[in-house]
Design a protein around this ligand. Structure first.
Ligand code: AMP
Length: 567
């Protein structure tokens, strides 16, 4: 697996800076191949799908050709959907961050055409549009083609599936003869090959040539998640499976840093590894991981190369890898030296199709799983503790403890069973409300084929993660220590930012209803759908009583004591 660095691609310095800001560690395989060819001015047929980095693969060379001083339309990229058009425009804008004077405009059906016309007149050089709307503007002459030197067809096979073949042909036939024509498509049906033949000049085909790979024997699960609930799901899996050592893979340096911060903030022993670290820092992180002080190593593919640790019990694909080969390398980090390993992939939206392709190509089985509920975690934790308890009963002398319990049972109103149950609860930490509904299992990857891309549920809402996971807490072990002040009680209010509530509203309600001074109210942590507010412990019950049947900004609220350390 050879890595191509962006600074080896002879890119404009400003793009290089932008790419660094975006946290990209190395060019993805399709970028490494497509960028030089396109920069050479050749027509390109790129066989790649979403998630491979294809947008930057055509976006970077396209940007290099734009003259910012010329306020005419110079490039058009056609996309099948409005979502993709917006996404592509966003990515190109990020890449153009340091190139002043470049204007990128997404145009698609359903949006006010007058607004688009204003945007087009305002010196836009790059249009990212859906075929129907682009044609419309061509007819109105609000898109003029005279200065267009580059056209990109993104997801050409999808445009074909959506009935845009004729529109694509019409648009291509109206563009200047002298131009560069770039086409990206996941598959190459006859109609697409035909377009390439008719509208491209001697195109170079780039695709990632796949090597025969041996997939390690590792149990592989995947979970369909929402971007917002990714960290939460990962934490649940960590709690449920409690791997001693695990590696979590991210696609960018930036994501590595973010995930490490999130995990550390939640009390996990996590450290990051990526190309920005000095050798000394890398050594420190690796030593700490080898010794088990760091339990979760969060890394990019490039940084994780050459890591040689045998007892990694779990691999997390926090981001789905950009290449099938990476997947195999990643999961091969676990299940070594004859030990069992497990790999978890978190997929968001359309990434599920990429995972299907990985499964297909690697001839492996990636099994869909429901996100574990807190009940699942509780049950497993209890089971683990009970196993340890049984070991203790078997292997140690517990006479002193038995005497203590006996005394408690004789002097207090409780049974030894009550004591055992309370101790179990204590050692498990407290369990709280379920933040994510576990829902039903994700679709099997084979079902995606059976029902087709659209029928199978493109854009399906899985109904999970209805609440924000940020700041969510539930029982963890003693590492999970976010205790607030001893003299304060933390209350949970079932209303948050999404209901247009501000901290001041909560403060006003608490002080106003209970009569305690606002000065006595402690921190107010507001999340999307709920809020935590601290009040002096001695007033907690009074505040709760006063807050019964209260409305905040006209909305009924429910206030209760927040359980556990975190809440
Ligand atoms: P795409 O295949 O263009 O839809 O890209 C998928 C995601 O990968 C986007 O979020 C990109 O920003 C990101 N990406 C593109 N190139 C790279 C790279 N070289 N390294 C890491 N992430 C990348």
């Amino acid at each position: 697996m050879e890595t191509v660095r962006f600074d080896e691609l002879e890119l404009d310095d400003r793009i290089l800076r932008a790419v660094t800001d975006m946290g990209f560690e190395a060019a993805s395989p399709i970028q490494a191949q497509a960028i030089p060819v396109q920069m050479d001015g050749r027509d390109v047929v790129g066989q790649a799908q979403t998630g491979t980095g294809k947008t930057a693969a055509f976006g970077i060379p396209l940007l290099q050709k734009i003259d910012p001083d010329c306020r005419k339309l110079q490039a058009i990229a056609l996309c099948p959907t409005r979502e993709l058009a917006i996404q592509v425009a966003d990515e190109i804008r990020k890449l153009a961050k340091y190139m002043h004077g470049i204007k990128v405009l997404p145009i698609y059906g359903g949006q006010d055409i007058a607004r688009q016309i204003r945007g087009l007149k305002d010196g836009t050089q790059i249009v990212i549009g859906t075929p129907g709307r682009v044609m419309d503007h061509m007819r109105r002459k609000t898109i003029r083609c005279d200065y267009i030197h580059t056209v990109v067809m993104d997801e050409a096979d999808e445009m074909l599936n959506m009935g845009f073949l004729e529109d694509m042909e019409t648009i291509l036939s109206q563009l200047p003869e002298e131009r560069q024509t770039v086409m990206f498509s996941a598959t190459m049906p006859a109609e697409i090959q035909n377009i390439a033949r008719r509208f491209q000049k001697d195109p170079v085909t780039v695709k990632v040539v796949k090597k025969e790979l041996t997939v390690p024997k590792v149990t592989q699960y995947y979970y369909e998640v929402k971007p917002k609930t990714k960290v939460e799901v990962m934490c649940r899996l960590l709690d449920m499976y409690a791997p001693k050592l695990s590696i979590a893979f991210c696609n960018t340096k930036r994501q590595v840093d973010e995930l490490v911060q999130e995990l550390q903030g939640r009390g996990y022993f996590a450290e990051g590894l990526h190309g920005d670290l000095k050798q000394m820092q890398r050594d420190r992180v690796m030593n700490s991981f080898r010794s088990g002080t760091t339990e979760i190593l969060v890394a990019t593919d490039v940084a994780a190369r050459g890591i040689d640790v045998d007892n990694v019990e779990a691999v997390f694909n926090y981001d789905i890898p950009q290449d099938d080969e990476y997947y195999v390398h990643r999961i091969g980090r676990t299940g070594r030296a004859g030990k069992e390993g497990i790999a978890f992939s978190l997929v968001v939206g359309r990434e599920v199709y990429k995972l299907r392709d990985i499964q297909r190509y690697c001839k492996t089985k990636i099994i869909p799983q429901a996100i574990p509920s807190l009940d699942d975690i509780t049950a497993i934790k209890a089971e683990k503790i009970m196993e340890q308890v049984m070991d203790l009963i078997r292997d140690t002398d517990l006479t002193k403890m038995v005497n203590l319990i006996e005394r408690a049972v004789l002097t207090e109103e409780c049974t030894s069973l009550d004591v055992a149950a309370a101790l179990l609860k204590l050692s498990m930490g407290e369990e709280n409300e379920d933040i994510i509904d576990s829902g039903r299992p994700a679709r099997s990857l084979d079902d995606l084929d059976r029902y087709g891309r659209d029928g199978g549920g493109r854009g399906r809402r899985d109904g999970r993660g209805a609440r924000d996971a940020k700041g969510s807490r539930y029982g963890r072990d003693s590492r999970y220590d976010r205790e607030g002040r001893e003299d304060m009680a933390r209350l949970f209010v079932n209303i948050g930012k999404n209901q247009n509530i501000r901290p001041g509203d909560v403060l006003g309600a608490v002080a106003g209803e209970s009569g305690i001074s606002g000065k006595l109210v402690g921190s107010i942590d507001m999340y999307d759908n709920y809020t935590f507010v601290e009040v002096p412990r001695e007033y907690a019950d009074a505040v709760l009583r006063a807050m019964k049947d209260v409305k905040i900004k006209g909305k009924n609220v429910h206030v209760e004591k927040a359980n556990g350390k975190g809440r």
